[in-house]
Design a protein around this ligand. Sequence first.
Ligand SMILES: Cc1cc2nc3c(=O)[nH]c(=O)nc-3n(C[C@H](O)[C@H](O)[C@H](O)COP(=O)(O)OP(=O)(O)OC[C@H]3O[C@@H](n4cnc5c(N)ncnc54)[C@H](O)[C@@H]3O)c2cc1C
Length: 396
Amino acid sequence: MVEGAAVEVYDWLIVGGGIHGTHIAVRLLASSRTQPVAVRIVDPSVTLLRKWRERSASTKMKYLRSPGVHNLATDPFALKTFAGKKSRTKPGIFAQPYARPALELFNRHCDALIADASLGELHIMDTIQSMDLGEDRVQLKTTSGKLLQSKKVVLALGPAEIKKTPSWVTPEMSQVQHLFAAEFDWSEIVKYKSVAIIGGGISAVQAALYAESIGLEVHLLSRHPMRTHMFDSDPGWLGPKFLTQFSREKSYAKRRQWIDRSRYTGSVPPEIHRSLNSRIQSGRIHFRQTEVDCGQQEGVTTQLTLKDRHQIEVDQVILATGFQKARPGGKMIDRLVERYQLPVSVCGFPIVDRQLRWHPRIYVSGSLAELEIGPVAKNIAGARQAAERIESALKN
Ligand SMILES: Cc1cc2nc3c(=O)[nH]c(=O)nc-3n(C[C@H](O)[C@H](O)[C@H](O)COP(=O)(O)OP(=O)(O)OC[C@H]3O[C@@H](n4cnc5c(N)ncnc54)[C@H](O)[C@@H]3O)c2cc1C
């Protein structure tokens, strides 16, 4: 970690050290070997990729949903090479079809990339509070009072992190926890006998399968039937099949509609659906397609009254309901938009150029780049597309 000296003007400052910020840093450093660039990543976590690790660990996912070519190295085949020659035939390394890497392998590969590029030394552990756009640089202020300066800034902020919480949940319900809450801890939950998991997407189902595997009585409550899709959007969004027409669309409101329609939210890949079905059929997971009408906690027991009129009693409720669709960055981004009149669509998200430039000095990635990259913007594939486009700015 480096202390950001106020006098040094970095070439690139990346706000956010998640999947997106880390990959963009790897790419910018790799493409500037002949002409070194000063890159820094600002993120409040002790280590890069902290949120990714926490969330993926909470779901107890064994494999990524995306193929191994979607990794954080510049070379899409780097993860396969890293896994070694025998990895294709050895069980537990890649899940087929599409060679989806084990989470453990993916994370080990990320660690190696971070070490190779010495990204830890470029990480400033802080939060950007505000930024001001000058003629030749951006001035950034952190919550700890540091002042940083950079010629260009990439906003890789991740989701808005406003968790979706059903209306029946009250703050007093200590036995209701969000799967992506910082304090969520399976080692506490394992002490209980029964659990209700609310949600019908991949995170909910993976959590349900894990809870069943550690001997808990599991109730999985989804408001929709199980939806099966290999990926969370059609692979046509990774290339010209859909992107050409999407890029030609002049109306950003229509682009938003297109994105919303194209995401297979609340869906699970076929093999996870099969695992779930076998446990439902054997009575080891109780699945109900319904919603909770109201909940009441007495002692450590939570009673849930369901809209299908059933009642269940459990020791713990886990909300696997995801995050709200909202523009990330809170007041920092609100101020940037207002003060510098940065263009936004009716949905509030940035209107950027092909190189993901929101302003000559500000680039975006992740959900902030959705209206340009399309439905995969938040995924690893979206990080790769964003990095490629931002990298092209180095040549200008
Ligand atoms: C359980 C799970 C499984 C997934 N599986 C896959 C998969 O298999 N394949 C796939 O392609 N995608 C997958 N995804 C989706 C996607 O790849 C991830 O959500 C990805 O982690 C998003 O990365 P990010 O960098 O945008 O956000 P984050 O990982 O949230 O990182 C953003 C970082 O920015 C920091 N930050 C925010 N604001 C500031 C600020 N003002 N100053 C400084 N730092 C700031 C945050 O603290 C955070 O550390 C999965 C997501 C989840 C949750």
